[in-house]
Design a protein around this ligand. Structure first.
Ligand code: CP
Length: 316
Protein backbone atom coordinates (compact mmCIF):
# COMPACT_ATOMS: atom_id res chain seq x y z
CA UNK A 1 0.00 0.00 0.00
CA UNK A 2 1.63 3.28 -1.15
CA UNK A 3 -1.07 5.77 -0.04
CA UNK A 4 -4.19 5.71 2.15
CA UNK A 5 -6.63 8.07 0.47
CA UNK A 6 -10.05 6.40 0.54
CA UNK A 7 -11.65 3.69 2.66
CA UNK A 8 -13.05 2.33 -0.60
CA UNK A 9 -9.55 1.50 -1.89
CA UNK A 10 -9.05 -1.19 0.78
CA UNK A 11 -9.89 -4.83 0.12
CA UNK A 12 -11.40 -6.98 2.88
CA UNK A 13 -8.03 -8.70 3.33
CA UNK A 14 -6.25 -5.36 3.66
CA UNK A 15 -8.79 -4.11 6.22
CA UNK A 16 -8.58 -7.28 8.31
CA UNK A 17 -4.80 -7.24 8.17
CA UNK A 18 -4.74 -3.58 9.35
CA UNK A 19 -7.20 -4.33 12.17
CA UNK A 20 -5.18 -7.38 13.27
CA UNK A 21 -1.97 -5.36 13.24
CA UNK A 22 -3.73 -2.61 15.23
CA UNK A 23 -4.54 -5.22 17.91
CA UNK A 24 -0.81 -5.77 18.33
CA UNK A 25 -0.16 -2.03 18.35
CA UNK A 26 -2.84 -1.62 21.04
CA UNK A 27 -0.76 -3.90 23.29
CA UNK A 28 2.24 -1.60 22.77
CA UNK A 29 0.03 1.37 23.70
CA UNK A 30 -0.74 -0.16 27.08
CA UNK A 31 2.95 -0.74 27.98
CA UNK A 32 4.83 1.66 30.26
CA UNK A 33 7.49 2.11 27.54
CA UNK A 34 5.57 2.71 24.32
CA UNK A 35 8.33 2.48 21.78
CA UNK A 36 9.08 0.17 18.86
CA UNK A 37 12.05 0.63 16.51
CA UNK A 38 9.90 -0.25 13.46
CA UNK A 39 10.10 3.12 11.64
CA UNK A 40 13.50 4.29 12.84
CA UNK A 41 15.03 6.65 10.28
CA UNK A 42 11.70 7.46 8.57
CA UNK A 43 10.30 10.98 8.52
CA UNK A 44 6.59 11.83 8.61
CA UNK A 45 5.18 15.32 8.07
CA UNK A 46 1.76 16.03 9.57
CA UNK A 47 0.21 18.86 7.53
CA UNK A 48 -2.98 20.05 9.17
CA UNK A 49 -4.65 22.92 7.35
CA UNK A 50 -7.82 22.42 9.44
CA UNK A 51 -8.19 22.13 13.22
CA UNK A 52 -7.90 18.73 14.87
CA UNK A 53 -7.36 17.28 18.34
CA UNK A 54 -7.77 13.51 17.95
CA UNK A 55 -6.38 12.87 14.49
CA UNK A 56 -3.34 15.13 14.68
CA UNK A 57 -2.31 14.01 18.16
CA UNK A 58 -2.84 10.32 17.46
CA UNK A 59 -0.87 10.45 14.20
CA UNK A 60 1.95 12.22 16.00
CA UNK A 61 1.92 9.70 18.85
CA UNK A 62 1.72 6.82 16.38
CA UNK A 63 4.77 8.06 14.49
CA UNK A 64 6.76 8.72 17.66
CA UNK A 65 5.90 5.36 19.23
CA UNK A 66 7.15 3.67 16.06
CA UNK A 67 10.40 5.71 16.34
CA UNK A 68 9.79 7.80 13.21
CA UNK A 69 10.76 11.48 13.16
CA UNK A 70 7.54 13.49 13.02
CA UNK A 71 7.19 17.15 12.08
CA UNK A 72 3.97 19.19 12.34
CA UNK A 73 3.15 21.88 9.81
CA UNK A 74 0.10 24.14 9.61
CA UNK A 75 -0.77 26.94 7.19
CA UNK A 76 0.08 29.54 9.83
CA UNK A 77 3.80 29.39 10.39
CA UNK A 78 4.61 27.87 6.99
CA UNK A 79 5.20 29.70 3.70
CA UNK A 80 1.58 28.90 2.73
CA UNK A 81 0.69 31.98 4.77
CA UNK A 82 2.94 34.03 2.42
CA UNK A 83 1.04 32.82 -0.62
CA UNK A 84 3.04 29.71 -1.56
CA UNK A 85 0.76 27.09 -3.09
CA UNK A 86 0.18 23.81 -1.30
CA UNK A 87 1.73 22.05 -4.29
CA UNK A 88 4.95 24.07 -4.08
CA UNK A 89 5.09 23.62 -0.30
CA UNK A 90 4.68 19.87 -0.61
CA UNK A 91 7.18 19.52 -3.44
CA UNK A 92 9.67 21.55 -1.38
CA UNK A 93 9.27 19.25 1.62
CA UNK A 94 9.30 16.18 -0.62
CA UNK A 95 12.64 17.30 -2.05
CA UNK A 96 14.08 17.18 1.47
CA UNK A 97 13.51 13.43 1.45
CA UNK A 98 10.50 12.88 3.73
CA UNK A 99 8.79 9.49 3.63
CA UNK A 100 5.13 10.34 4.27
CA UNK A 101 2.69 13.21 4.45
CA UNK A 102 -0.39 13.01 6.69
CA UNK A 103 -2.74 15.68 5.40
CA UNK A 104 -5.94 17.31 6.62
CA UNK A 105 -7.42 19.94 4.34
CA UNK A 106 -10.76 21.73 3.98
CA UNK A 107 -10.89 21.05 0.24
CA UNK A 108 -12.66 17.83 -0.77
CA UNK A 109 -10.30 15.92 -3.08
CA UNK A 110 -7.22 17.98 -2.19
CA UNK A 111 -5.44 15.06 -0.53
CA UNK A 112 -5.96 12.86 -3.61
CA UNK A 113 -4.48 15.62 -5.75
CA UNK A 114 -1.54 15.98 -3.36
CA UNK A 115 -0.65 12.31 -3.79
CA UNK A 116 0.13 13.09 -7.44
CA UNK A 117 2.54 15.89 -6.57
CA UNK A 118 5.06 14.03 -4.43
CA UNK A 119 7.25 10.94 -4.32
CA UNK A 120 6.40 10.25 -0.65
CA UNK A 121 3.35 8.36 0.62
CA UNK A 122 0.22 10.38 1.41
CA UNK A 123 -2.36 9.59 4.09
CA UNK A 124 -5.74 11.28 4.12
CA UNK A 125 -6.44 12.66 7.61
CA UNK A 126 -9.73 14.20 6.47
CA UNK A 127 -10.45 16.20 3.31
CA UNK A 128 -13.41 18.56 3.39
CA UNK A 129 -16.72 16.74 3.17
CA UNK A 130 -15.17 13.84 1.29
CA UNK A 131 -13.35 11.16 3.32
CA UNK A 132 -11.62 10.32 6.59
CA UNK A 133 -10.41 6.73 6.07
CA UNK A 134 -8.43 6.26 9.29
CA UNK A 135 -11.54 7.34 11.26
CA UNK A 136 -13.54 4.58 9.55
CA UNK A 137 -10.75 2.09 10.30
CA UNK A 138 -10.64 3.01 13.99
CA UNK A 139 -14.44 2.84 14.11
CA UNK A 140 -14.30 -0.64 12.56
CA UNK A 141 -11.63 -1.66 15.06
CA UNK A 142 -13.77 -0.43 17.98
CA UNK A 143 -16.93 -2.10 16.67
CA UNK A 144 -15.13 -5.40 16.04
CA UNK A 145 -13.79 -5.38 19.61
CA UNK A 146 -17.31 -4.72 20.92
CA UNK A 147 -18.73 -7.62 18.91
CA UNK A 148 -15.97 -9.87 20.26
CA UNK A 149 -15.51 -8.71 23.86
CA UNK A 150 -19.01 -7.57 24.84
CA UNK A 151 -21.03 -9.93 22.70
CA UNK A 152 -18.67 -12.90 22.72
CA UNK A 153 -18.58 -13.27 18.94
CA UNK A 154 -15.48 -14.81 17.41
CA UNK A 155 -13.94 -12.28 14.99
CA UNK A 156 -13.68 -14.77 12.10
CA UNK A 157 -13.38 -13.58 8.51
CA UNK A 158 -16.58 -11.51 8.45
CA UNK A 159 -17.22 -10.17 11.96
CA UNK A 160 -19.69 -7.59 10.66
CA UNK A 161 -21.98 -10.03 8.87
CA UNK A 162 -25.45 -9.84 10.42
CA UNK A 163 -24.62 -6.61 12.28
CA UNK A 164 -26.49 -3.35 11.77
CA UNK A 165 -24.76 0.02 12.07
CA UNK A 166 -27.02 3.07 12.28
CA UNK A 167 -25.29 6.38 11.44
CA UNK A 168 -27.27 9.48 12.38
CA UNK A 169 -26.59 13.20 12.26
CA UNK A 170 -25.35 15.88 9.90
CA UNK A 171 -24.51 13.53 7.04
CA UNK A 172 -24.45 16.27 4.43
CA UNK A 173 -21.23 17.77 5.77
CA UNK A 174 -19.67 14.55 7.04
CA UNK A 175 -16.54 12.89 5.64
CA UNK A 176 -16.82 10.28 8.40
CA UNK A 177 -20.09 8.91 7.03
CA UNK A 178 -18.66 8.59 3.53
CA UNK A 179 -15.61 6.60 4.68
CA UNK A 180 -17.70 4.49 7.06
CA UNK A 181 -20.24 3.59 4.39
CA UNK A 182 -17.44 2.41 2.07
CA UNK A 183 -15.66 0.42 4.77
CA UNK A 184 -18.84 -1.12 6.22
CA UNK A 185 -19.79 -2.32 2.74
CA UNK A 186 -16.42 -4.07 2.47
CA UNK A 187 -16.90 -5.55 5.94
CA UNK A 188 -20.38 -6.83 5.07
CA UNK A 189 -22.42 -4.89 7.65
CA UNK A 190 -25.95 -3.67 7.14
CA UNK A 191 -25.73 0.13 7.29
CA UNK A 192 -28.65 2.49 7.88
CA UNK A 193 -28.10 6.23 7.54
CA UNK A 194 -30.48 8.71 9.15
CA UNK A 195 -30.69 12.51 9.03
CA UNK A 196 -33.20 15.32 8.67
CA UNK A 197 -34.08 15.65 4.96
CA UNK A 198 -32.05 18.87 4.74
CA UNK A 199 -28.90 17.15 6.07
CA UNK A 200 -29.13 14.02 3.89
CA UNK A 201 -26.58 14.05 1.01
CA UNK A 202 -28.35 14.30 -2.36
CA UNK A 203 -26.70 11.13 -3.73
CA UNK A 204 -27.38 8.97 -0.67
CA UNK A 205 -30.02 6.89 -2.47
CA UNK A 206 -27.23 5.38 -4.60
CA UNK A 207 -25.02 4.50 -1.61
CA UNK A 208 -24.87 0.85 -0.40
CA UNK A 209 -27.06 1.68 2.61
CA UNK A 210 -30.67 1.97 3.76
CA UNK A 211 -31.79 5.58 4.06
CA UNK A 212 -34.30 6.97 6.55
CA UNK A 213 -35.30 10.19 8.28
CA UNK A 214 -37.01 8.30 11.13
CA UNK A 215 -34.49 7.87 13.94
CA UNK A 216 -37.01 6.35 16.38
CA UNK A 217 -37.98 3.62 13.92
CA UNK A 218 -34.35 2.74 13.06
CA UNK A 219 -32.93 2.75 16.61
CA UNK A 220 -34.24 -0.68 17.75
CA UNK A 221 -32.60 -2.30 14.70
CA UNK A 222 -29.05 -1.17 15.48
CA UNK A 223 -26.14 -3.04 17.04
CA UNK A 224 -24.09 0.16 16.82
CA UNK A 225 -25.62 3.63 17.10
CA UNK A 226 -23.09 6.07 15.61
CA UNK A 227 -23.93 9.72 16.19
CA UNK A 228 -22.30 12.39 14.02
CA UNK A 229 -21.70 16.02 14.87
CA UNK A 230 -23.86 18.88 13.67
CA UNK A 231 -21.14 20.82 11.80
CA UNK A 232 -22.22 24.39 12.41
CA UNK A 233 -18.94 25.73 10.97
CA UNK A 234 -19.78 24.26 7.54
CA UNK A 235 -23.39 25.50 7.50
CA UNK A 236 -24.08 28.56 5.41
CA UNK A 237 -27.82 28.63 6.10
CA UNK A 238 -30.38 27.20 8.52
CA UNK A 239 -30.73 23.44 7.97
CA UNK A 240 -33.26 22.93 10.79
CA UNK A 241 -35.65 25.32 12.50
CA UNK A 242 -34.11 25.17 15.99
CA UNK A 243 -31.81 23.06 18.14
CA UNK A 244 -34.89 21.94 20.09
CA UNK A 245 -36.45 20.51 16.97
CA UNK A 246 -33.19 18.82 15.95
CA UNK A 247 -32.93 17.13 19.36
CA UNK A 248 -36.61 16.12 19.21
CA UNK A 249 -36.07 14.33 15.90
CA UNK A 250 -32.43 13.22 15.82
CA UNK A 251 -30.75 13.71 19.20
CA UNK A 252 -29.68 10.65 21.18
CA UNK A 253 -31.44 11.64 24.40
CA UNK A 254 -31.72 9.59 27.59
CA UNK A 255 -35.35 8.82 26.73
CA UNK A 256 -34.46 7.70 23.24
CA UNK A 257 -31.68 5.41 24.50
CA UNK A 258 -34.43 3.19 25.94
CA UNK A 259 -35.33 2.25 22.35
CA UNK A 260 -31.89 0.69 21.77
CA UNK A 261 -31.22 -3.05 22.02
CA UNK A 262 -29.69 -3.98 25.40
CA UNK A 263 -26.56 -5.16 23.59
CA UNK A 264 -26.19 -2.09 21.35
CA UNK A 265 -23.31 0.36 21.79
CA UNK A 266 -22.92 4.07 21.12
CA UNK A 267 -20.15 5.63 18.99
CA UNK A 268 -19.28 9.21 18.10
CA UNK A 269 -16.07 10.21 16.26
CA UNK A 270 -15.86 13.51 18.16
CA UNK A 271 -15.73 16.34 18.73
CA UNK A 272 -19.22 16.15 20.26
CA UNK A 273 -21.88 18.80 20.70
CA UNK A 274 -23.16 17.57 24.06
CA UNK A 275 -26.83 18.39 24.45
CA UNK A 276 -27.40 18.57 20.67
CA UNK A 277 -26.77 15.39 18.65
CA UNK A 278 -25.87 13.46 21.80
CA UNK A 279 -26.89 13.89 25.45
CA UNK A 280 -24.35 13.58 28.25
CA UNK A 281 -26.30 10.53 29.46
CA UNK A 282 -25.59 8.82 26.14
CA UNK A 283 -22.00 10.06 25.75
CA UNK A 284 -21.04 8.83 29.22
CA UNK A 285 -23.21 5.69 29.29
CA UNK A 286 -21.75 2.29 30.17
CA UNK A 287 -22.34 1.20 26.57
CA UNK A 288 -20.61 4.26 25.08
CA UNK A 289 -17.49 3.36 23.07
CA UNK A 290 -16.44 6.97 22.47
CA UNK A 291 -13.21 6.85 24.47
CA UNK A 292 -12.47 3.39 23.07
CA UNK A 293 -12.61 5.01 19.63
CA UNK A 294 -10.06 7.62 20.74
CA UNK A 295 -7.78 4.94 22.12
CA UNK A 296 -8.14 2.86 18.95
CA UNK A 297 -7.12 5.91 16.91
CA UNK A 298 -3.50 5.61 17.99
CA UNK A 299 -3.30 1.83 17.44
CA UNK A 300 -4.95 1.99 14.02
CA UNK A 301 -2.73 4.88 12.88
CA UNK A 302 0.35 2.98 14.10
CA UNK A 303 -0.80 0.03 12.00
CA UNK A 304 -1.42 2.23 8.95
CA UNK A 305 1.98 3.94 9.20
CA UNK A 306 3.69 0.57 9.72
CA UNK A 307 2.02 -0.93 6.62
CA UNK A 308 2.54 2.08 4.39
CA UNK A 309 6.14 2.76 5.37
CA UNK A 310 7.16 -0.90 5.37
CA UNK A 311 7.83 -1.15 9.08
CA UNK A 312 10.50 -3.59 10.16
CA UNK A 313 10.75 -5.97 13.09
CA UNK A 314 8.44 -7.78 15.42
CA UNK A 315 5.62 -5.73 16.93
CA UNK A 316 4.66 -8.28 19.57
N1 CP B 1 -12.75 12.65 14.73
C1 CP B 1 -11.86 13.60 14.36
O1 CP B 1 -11.40 13.66 13.21
O2 CP B 1 -11.54 14.47 15.34
P1 CP B 1 -10.50 15.68 15.21
O3 CP B 1 -11.12 16.71 14.32
O4 CP B 1 -10.29 16.16 16.63
O5 CP B 1 -9.24 15.14 14.60
Amino acid sequence: MKHLLSAGDLSLDEVMSLLDLAEQMHDVQSRSIKKLPALRGRTIINMFFEDSTRTRTSFELAGKWLSADTINISAKGSSVSKGESMKDTMRTLDAMGVDAFVIRHAGSGTVHQAAGWVRASVINAGDGQHEHPTQALLDAYTMRRHFRDALGAEPGDRPFAGRTVLITGDLLHSRVVRSNVLLLRTLGARTIICAPPTLMPSGAASWPVEVTNDFDAALPEADIVMMLRVQRERMTSGYFPSEREYIAGWGLTATRMARMKDSAAICHPGPMNRGLEISSEAADAANSLILDQVSAGVAVRMAALYQILGGEGDVA
